[in-house]
Design a protein around this ligand. Structure first.
Ligand SMILES: [Zn+2]
Length: 72
């Protein structure tokens, strides 16, 4: 089971960086995660939960697929 994008993880604002957000669990910034489960650290609670729920981390990136990281 796969999702195209994994963007339903809890995010928190990075202090001092106006438009930078990161995963509340693994602290990886959203632009690095880029909507991918494997963008989270292997120890990330969200990633672990998703994998336990049957979702796969895939290294494949859809050609031309981008995730909007501008939530303003
Ligand atoms: Zn994470």
């Amino acid at each position: 089971m796969k999702k195209l994008f994994y963007i339903d993880y809890p995010q928190e604002h990075v202090e001092g960086q106006a438009h930078t957000y990161r995963c509340a669990y693994c602290k990886v910034i959203t632009t690095t995660i880029n909507g991918k489960l494997e963008g989270h650290l292997p120890t990330c609670e969200y990633r672990i939960k998703m994998q336990q729920a049957g979702y796969e981390a895939t290294g494949k990136v859809q050609p031309g697929a981008t995730v909007a990281d501008d939530f303003d």
